[in-house]
Design a protein around this ligand. Structure first.
Ligand code: ADP
Ligand code: ZN
Ligand code: ZN
Length: 755
């Protein structure tokens, strides 16, 4: 029986949406795999071109008379491009998407991005000849020729614009001089450089040259590593060259993880390999990029969301050409096409931003693991508050745990006070600020030190809380909080359970039950009233909308141009402010009540990261955590900044309820402009899913509204499927994808899978 291959020709050019089917010749049967490079006859002339195998099958999908046969397999074929194609195909199969969607996520596309070329005119003849010719032109009154030669004798390389513009030289003149061998017209590919790197580069040129040679010889960080840091570096370095291996670097806030990353990157470069460092976009600050630029100079490049598509494309091109060795950026930097990728580091690996929200909804951590396997490189995940998934993997020996418990700067972890807000209300204080926090704010101001007040806004829109006893309304079926909807109805976002509005707390009878509402603006106003002389900065989505609003606020606060910074969770992530003595977490437990099985984990992470902001410099730090649930383990464990006790309790909850990482869960997101149509389609899909899932004893929940049920007039619903074994979910997904593809009723619904 014949075998056929779907082929994509030349991925760097347009026409990517086009795949071609070819016959696999008998001698190659069973030998071709997706990602392999082959040569095949193409076009009317049947000239041989290179192509990549995407799929091998027995189904013929084009008229047999049009079918051509693959000429041969190109050996030594598994280059970067092949590996990236394999990675894309894995993403397609695991997360669910079309081949094109997956390829577009992984590979940069030239078709939409014009190359930027620079033309120049170069003096090709030796000086003597040029001078003789110049004389001749002058005598013959060939003034244009004379003008050009004169200029080139002064400056042997001239940009094309100068030649055709200022010097007004025409094409025929250039041609004739080129034919005479007097000049050469050259084209040079220029790469667009991200603005922040341009700035650093010109600063460096003005001060000191940083060259690759210097980088190798001087320690990259400028200080000696601590014992813990050195141990971590040694453990990872010993495994370099041994193929794929994974590490989890669990280091408390301020333990100096960045220095470890730098040293590992330096060693990777020393072996002639390249490195990718993923960091959340919000931590990609000038301050952070400078550190890397000082260590690695022009060998680094960065990606971030404000780059144009052309700039982004060029950074990938530079990586492919060997122009750079280190790429720093958010999750999409993972796909940098380095030829010898030795190391991938994911900093703050617990951050939710490592999950993509467009199809395929890939998780950069899982995808990095896959890429590291394909490239035989090292993967290092780093965090002060590892995700349950990563710690669970380390516990089961899938990765090696490295831990750093101390701050090399000597600063100790902050002293934490937990304030029970139920008591505050009982004792007559109904302000957003507890008495303890108010006192400490006053003291800190008087000492001329800085404070940060952080409002945990995750789940803000949401839940219903009794301010007298702290009771939160939960779904009787799902063990997550109910959220407040129009008219006071309470809704579960997993199973769709609903109940009417409440006027009394079912637990203690208090009438102080309702949606919790407080914004950063309100807090700013309260603080300003209490401390009229304090200089206050506010940072939230409203104040950071401008181009560099976010960076500007951080800079101003870093230079002590304000005493108090009020903001949402964006102020606690990865910033190093040595002047901060006090951090207040207002409504610390707000995020505990989000209807999400990761609510406790997110809360713990936010609080520990927030506490980590205090006491980074010489000043000892203090933290106040305000909460209605002082006994919840996410609160008590973040107060003591201990990870293992938190992990133990949280993993028990996940195991009991079958949530990841002990079980597997897949979310099917459905979105459409027409709400009725969406409801109907989601119901059909859920019924089909239940039918398939019942064969495997998998559980299907929903459809129900998503936590944010409408965005920009697009309605959103979700279906949840759980099973112990992730492979079962893949099988269910495959059936669902087929079903969706065959039913035109789904064509107006955007459907994708998250896992
Ligand atoms: P983390 O990312 O683990 O929270 P950082 O990498 O930001 O911590 O380091 C915290 C601070 O400690 C930084 O200011 C860094 O320069 C400093 N630091 C790191 N390692 C050392 C060391 N070995 N000696 C002195 N200072 C260090
Ligand atoms: Zn109550
Ligand atoms: Zn429920």
């Amino acid at each position: 029986m014949d075998l056929y291959a779907d082929i994509i020709i030349d991925i760097s050019h347009s026409k990517l949406d086009q795949t071609f089917q070819y016959r696999i010749p008998p001698e190659l049967a069973g030998m071709l795999e997706p990602g392999d490079v082959v040569e095949l006859p193409f076009g009317n002339s049947n000239r041989l071109v290179k192509g990549y195998v995407l799929r091998v099958s027995r189904e013929l999908s084009c008229p047999p008379e049009k079918l051509k046969t693959i000429a041969r397999r190109v050996n030594e074929s598994r280059g970067t491009e092949s590996k990236l194609i394999s990675l894309a195909l894995w993403m397609r199969d695991y997360y669910g998407s079309t081949t094109i969607q997956a390829l577009r996520t992984v590979l940069p596309f030239r078709n939409t991005v014009p190359e930027k070329k620079k033309k120049r005119v170069v003096l090709a003849a030796d000086l003597q000849t040029a001078e003789q010719e110049l004389e001749t032109f002058r005598k013959k009154h060939q003034t244009a020729r004379a003008r050009l030669l004169e200029a080139l004798l002064e400056e042997p390389v001239l940009p094309q614009e100068v030649v055709t513009g200022t010097l007004r030289i025409t094409k025929p003149v250039l041609q004739s001089l080129e034919e005479k061998g007097l000049i050469r017209c050259e084209t040079e590919q220029v790469y667009r450089t991200p603005a922040i790197l341009q700035k650093l580069r010109s600063e460096a040129e003005n001060r000191l040259e940083i060259t690759a040679a210097e980088v190798v010889e001087t320690p990259v960080t400028g200080f000696a590593l601590s014992e813990e840091q050195q141990a971590a570096v040694d453990a990872v370095s010993q495994s370099m060259d041994e193929g794929y291996k994974e590490f989890l670097l669990h280091g408390v806030t301020g333990s100096g993880k960045t220095a470890v990353y730098m040293e590992l990157i330096a060693r990777t470069l020393g072996q002639g390999k390249q490195a990718i460092l993923l960091i959340p976009e919000i931590s990609l600050t000038y301050q952070n990029v400078v550190r890397f630029y000082h260590a690695f100079g022009d060998r680094i490049s960065i990606l971030h969301s404000r780059l144009t598509q052309a700039e982004r494309y060029d950074q990938f091109e530079r990586a492919k050409m060997g122009d750079i060795d280190v790429m720093i950026g958010p999750r999409s930097a993972l796909f940098t096409p380095f030829e010898h990728l030795g190391l991938i580091i994911i900093d703050e690996e617990h951050e939710p931003s490592y999950k993509s929200e467009s199809t395929p909804r890939y998780d950069a951590r899982e995808t990095a693991r896959k890429r590291a396997e394909l490239e035989k490189s090292i993967l290092v995940l780093g965090s002060a508050t590892p995700s349950l998934e990563s710690y669970y993997a380390a516990e089961r020996g899938m990765s090696t745990l490295l831990s750093m418990q101390n701050r090399p700067t000597g600063g100790s972890l902050a002293k934490v006070t937990v304030v029970d807000m139920r008591n505050e209300l009982r004792e007559g204080n109904s302000s957003i600020l507890s008495r303890a926090l108010t006192e400490k704010l006053r003291d800190t101001l008087e000492r001329g030190e800085q404070s940060m007040l952080f409002l945990n806004r995750r789940g803000y829109a949401g839940f219903v809380l009794c301010r007298s006893c702290g009771h939160v309304m939960k779904c009787p079926h799902c063990d997550v909080s109910l959220s407040l909807h129009e008219g006071g109805r309470l809704v579960c976002h997993y199973c769709g359970y609903e109940r009417p509005a409440l006027h009394k707390c079912p637990k203690c009878g208090s009438p102080f039950i309702g949606g919790f509402k407080a914004g950063t603006q309100q807090i700013e106003a309260v603080v300003a009233e209490l401390f009229p002389k304090a200089r206050i900065l506010r940072m939230d989505a409203d104040t950071t909308r401008g181009k560099d609003g976010h960076a500007e606020i951080l800079r101003a606060f870093g230079h002590h141009e304000a005493d108090i910074l009020v903001g949402t969770q964006m102020i606690v992530k990865g910033h190093d402010f040595p002047g901060v003595a006090l951090v207040g977490a207002l409504a610390a437990d707000m995020s505990l009540n989000v209807s999400d099985f990761r609510a406790a984990e997110r809360t713990y992470q936010l609080l520990v990261q927030a506490a980590g902001r205090a006491g980074r410099g010489e000043i000892p730090g203090e933290v106040v955590i305000q909460t209605y649930q002082p006994d919840h383990y996410a609160i008590t464990c973040s107060a003591s900044q201990s990870y293992e006790p938190f992990y133990e309790q949280e993993i028990d909850y996940r195991t009991l309820s079958g949530y990841p990482p002990t079980g597997s869960m897949m979310t099917v997101h459905c979105a459409a402009a027409d709400e009725e149509q969406l409801k109907q389609a989601a119901a059909y899909l859920a019924r089909f899913a239940s039918h398939v899932a019942s064969k495997y004893q998998a559980a299907v929940m929903g459809p129900s509204r998503e936590p944010v049920s409408k965005i920009k007039d697009i309605y959103r619903m979700a279906i949840y499927i759980r099973h112990k074994d992730g492979q079962v979910l893949t099988a269910v997904k495959n059936y669902m994808e087929q079903y969706i593809g065959m039913n035109s009723g789904f064509s107006d619904i955007l459907i994708n899978f998250e896992r």
